[in-house]
Design a protein around this ligand. Structure first.
Ligand SMILES: Cc1cc2nc3c(=O)[nH]c(=O)nc-3n(C[C@H](O)[C@H](O)[C@H](O)COP(=O)(O)O)c2cc1C
Length: 408
């Protein structure tokens, strides 16, 4: 058996070479103004690149205005090109690569009122839009799918023009593409519903279209759920079908996540939400709505590498490069992931806690992350200074009030 690669060895993903195997997972930074990157977002990703990550991922880039889940969310459009360019230049100056996550909320729009019913796989009552007044969803037609597919393509082209090295299509966590994959939302009786193959058809077609449009310039990644982690949701067997189809459509890397924001947050994070911190940052009503949505979801006890058993099943089924994600907490975990056959190690919370972690692991300055997986960073997505680890000195809100490309 050949030895498993060193996590600090380069990795080839389609047209892209990473200096090492460490990828910062998309984690909504809360560092945008009117959907444009702020200076804080630039500083955040510069620090990650300076701290040694092979590639950082800018989170939660909506492909259209009605694809947004939250009003201020990053929204990819031509008039933010100069702000995006400042961001990608900063990461490149530090020797890192940078990906942009592309998403469409579908019916998952908890943060603003959208006129009319929201698009999804099926029509119905929409519990996640209750607070915002988005009570109903409508089933997408093939014309809707073609339009949304072209929005993903246009957003990927903007990313290419802005200097990104990769795009990551968000197919997990309960957003539009996941609403097709998951039987929780997809009860269609046409060629886009029923079997796992049919449920994957629209998401796979989006990846194929993006790959065709930008695949020679950018690596095209997808983030998928290994399982929805909730009764009647998509299972690991469904995820294997999805992974095989995405492999065939030309994905350069699949990032393996799990869980759904509305139904199974603890499964997604491998640890429970901190309700007191949520109430402190979000207020009573929003935090209560969040708790109600999670009623019935089992509480969990954190364990390192909490998606490993599921992700192994996918590793055994495909040859496409895979990023292991979920509870990587140490150099030993990263080495174990590579020894299991995964190609990259994808981390969110440990790198929110310490953007310099990768270089510290490389030099031996530390062997274990100081992240407690307490999830107290999560409500700070909505804080004026942006996402923050409560064990660090507070973020300065000032750079989060200025667009990235603003002079002076
Ligand atoms: C503050 C915060 C924000 C997040 N926002 C996103 C997001 O915008 N898109 C996404 O795909 N995942 C998001 N995630 C989930 C992470 O990408 C990752 O799946 C999860 O934190 C588990 O990985 P970890 O154990 O390395 O933290 C977020 C996580 C955190 C902590």
């Amino acid at each position: 058996m050949s030895p498993s690669p060193d996590p600090f060895q380069p990795l080839q993903l389609g047209p892209l070479t990473l200096r090492n195997r460490f990828v910062k997972a998309a984690a909504n930074e809360g560092m945008t103004i009117d959907g444009a990157p702020t200076r804080a977002l630039v500083q955040h990703h510069r620090a990650l690149a300076a701290g040694g990550v092979g590639m950082s991922t800018v989170a939660y880039g909506a492909v259209s205005d009605i694809g947004r889940s939250l009003p201020g969310q990053l929204w990819l459009r031509p008039d933010i090109l100069s702000d995006l360019r400042v961001l990608t230049d900063a990461v490149h100056e530090e020797g890192g690569r940078v990906s942009c996550q592309l998403t469409h909320g579908g019916l998952y729009v908890p943060g603003m009122k959208v006129k009319g019913a929201l698009m999804s796989a099926c029509a119905g009552f929409n519990k996640v839009g209750l607070l915002a007044g988005n009570w109903r969803s409508r089933a997408m037609s093939e014309d809707d799918m073609a339009r949304v597919g072209s929005e993903f393509v246009a957003a990927a082209q903007i990313c290419a023009e802005a200097g990104f090295d990769a795009v990551e299509l968000h197919m997990g966590h309960g957003y539009l593409l996941n609403q097709f994959l998951s039987p929780l939302n997809n009860r269609r009786r046409d060629g886009y519903g029923g079997t796992a193959e049919n449920r994957a058809r629209f998401p796979v077609s989006v990846l194929a279209a993006v790959k065709q449009a930008v695949g020679t310039r950018l690596a095209v990644l997808a983030k998928i759920n290994v399982s929805d982690g909730v009764a009647r949701g998509a299972t690991v067997d469904d995820a294997i079908v999805t992974a095989r189809l995405l492999e065939r459509a030309g994905a350069d890397l699949l990032v393996l996540s799990g869980g759904r924001n509305a139904e199974s947050g603890a499964f997604m994070f491998g640890s429970n939400m901190d309700v007191a911190e949520m109430r402190k940052v979000l207020g009573r009503v929003a935090s209560l709505a969040f708790r109600i949505a999670q009623i019935g979801a089992p509480r969990v006890q954190f364990k390192e590498m909490y998606f490993l058993e599921y992700s192994r099943r996918i590793r055994a089924a495909v040859t496409v490069p895979l990023g292991y994600l979920g509870g990587v907490s140490s150099l030993a975990n990263a080495q174990a992931a590579l020894a299991e056959g995964f190609d990259a190690v994808v981390m969110a919370r440990p790198l929110i806690h310490d953007p310099g972690l990768v270089d510290k692991l490389r030099t031996g300055a530390v062997a274990v992350s100081g992240c407690a997986h307490c999830n107290r960073c999560i409500p700070y997505i909505y804080h004026p200074a942006g996402t923050w680890c409560v064990f660090n000195p507070p973020n300065d809100p000032q750079p989060n009030r200025v667009r990235a490309a603003q002079r002076g």
